[in-house]
Design a protein around this ligand. Structure first.
Ligand code: ATP
Ligand code: MG
Length: 461
């Protein structure tokens, strides 16, 4: 805990709290809910009651007690550490704030790929900043690139500008990969007088945000850097879910259903759908579970063979024989050992994956042709249609709460943190921990086994 306070608080935080500014009353819960039972310590009187988040409030990272190491799902978040004692700071408005709103110049930047809900988060950050009384709010165009490209000027943001942006997908500010160095970005922050930076992006963007935070600390700058994790793959450690994931699973249903209709309406039809998920198969797993129309679900975490007596093709042949049609749902990162390695990287240095969807399509066609069985193979890749969607209702709410809490976190004087939902509660987490590695589907988890039960697929190994 002390480590968190030292590393993720802005300099001179203790001095500042001496004359910290009162928070706007909108963020104070006016209702007092009577509690049954004992409140730890004395229950506050009506006069004392304020309803802000206390800085010592905590969110437990695990709420389940595994009675044995062989229980399904039993794993330690941090080996060697007792999970019972692992918790995060509770997100939300503090009674005293670190920044004087009139001295704040806030900037928002969105990086990486598109994800449903980006506009909802931008919108909510702007609205919340305005309620705090911040007058200078800007958007950095096209990701980190907007910090170095002199052709790109910052976008002035206000409630009026962002009022309806959540009604469409994409990002009002634009996104990009690659871009300037961290010291260039911090030079630029200084030059523009930005002292609050909200960074919306995935693991790469967060690595950048963390480096910006470190550089600001090194220069003793009072700049709050707060991230909001944008990963449609839902691959951020500890978080119940990240925004865009729900929408992606929902939209994926349309693609799976189309694949099913195509397969079902054809003689010996096979529908193959490729969904997002570079290293984590959450979208493919959840979409398969939700649709109930998938016969084979392939994810990066679970190795499989295409050929051979236990391979995917052999099972497809069995399905055609038994049911007359079949639907395959694969994550983009699945079976990377079975596709040609490209060695190519994108502007941010991410490895360009081999196309497992196309590979499955080609191998399936070839296989049935060779054994002289008619098969009608249809391939659907809905990736860009899904990414560009506007957020659904559930993601809309998540984005709203995350956006508000990002602003509360910055005003509380946190920096180098990101905000997420953990065990249904909103919390602030140190960036290095959450991006240390991607969250993966545990092949021994109940959920993956539920998926296998639902598809009825065997092991392909
Ligand atoms: P997505 O999930 O869509 O891939 P991402 O945030 O991981 O999102 P990237 O393209 O990998 O997307 O990175 C976004 C930005 O972060 C880029 O501008 C990139 O230059 C920067 N970035 C990536 N990794 C680092 C790093 N280790 N240090 C500093 N900046 C980084
Ligand atoms: Mg990434």
């Amino acid at each position: 805990q002390r480590d968190f306070e030292q590393r993720f608080r802005l300099p001179h935080i203790t001095d500042i709290f001496e004359d910290a500014v009162p928070i706007p009353s909108t963020f104070c819960l006016k209702m007092r809910t009577p509690l049954n039972g004992d409140f730890p310590g004395n229950y506050p009187s009506d006069e004392e009651w304020h309803g802000y988040i206390n800085n010592n409030d905590r969110v437990l990272l695990k709420t389940i007690y595994y009675s044995s190491p062989t229980s399904a799902g039993a794993e330690c978040i941090d080996p060697g550490c007792n999970w019972v004692e692992q918790w995060a700071h509770r997100a939300g408005p503090r009674e005293k704030i670190y920044f004087k709103p009139e001295e704040v110049k806030a900037a928002i930047v969105t990086c990486g790929g598109l994800c449903p809900g980006l506009n909802d988060v931008i919108r909510q950050i702007v609205i919340t900043l305005e309620i705090y009384g911040v007058k200078r709010i800007v958007g950095i165009p096209f990701g980190y690139r907007g910090f170095s490209d002199t052709e790109l000027t910052e976008v002035l943001l206000s409630r009026k500008v962002v009022q309806n942006i959540h009604l469409s997908g994409g990002s009002l500010l634009g996104v990009s990969r690659g871009g300037p160095s961290v010291s260039e970005i911090v030079d630029n922050l200084e030059a523009r007088g930005i002292n609050m930076l909200f960074v919306l992006g995935g693991n790469g963007t967060h690595a950048g945000a963390n480096a910006i935070h470190d550089e600001c600390q090194k220069r003793r700058l009072k700049v709050a850097v707060v991230g909001v994790p944008k990963t449609i793959d839902n691959d951020i450690l500890l978080m119940d879910k990240t925004f865009g994931f729900d929408t992606a699973v929902e939209e994926a249903q349309r693609a799976i259903n189309s694949a099913y209709i195509e397969a079902h309406s054809a003689y010996h039809g096979i529908g193959i759908v490729k969904l997002m998920g570079r290293s984590s198969g959450f979208i493919a797993m959840h979409a398969s579970l939700a649709s109930g129309q998938v016969d084979i679900c392939l994810i990066p975490e679970v190795p499989f063979n295409i050929h051979g007596p236990h391979g995917v093709l052999n099972h497809l042949q069995y399905l055609l024989d038994k049911k007359g049609s079949a639907v395959v749902c694969t994550a983009e990162g699945a079976g990377q050992n079975l596709v040609q390695k490209t060695n190519a990287t994108d502007a941010s240095g991410n490895i360009v994956l081999g196309d497992i969807g196309v590979r499955l399509q080609q191998e399936t066609k070839k296989y049935f042709k060779e054994i002289g069985i008619h098969a009608d193979v249809k391939y659907i890749d809905p990736t860009y249609m899904i990414r560009a969607c506007r957020a659904n209702a559930s993601d809309g709410i998540l984005c709203t709460v995350l956006g508000q809490n990002a602003v509360h976190g910055a005003f509380a004087g946190f920096s180098g943190i990101t905000v997420g939902i953990i065990n249904t509660h909103y919390a602030y987490l140190p960036i290095p921990q959450v991006i240390s590695h991607p969250r993966l589907v545990d092949p021994n988890s109940r959920m993956w086994h539920r998926c296998l039960t639902s598809t009825g697929q065997p092991d392909f190994i």
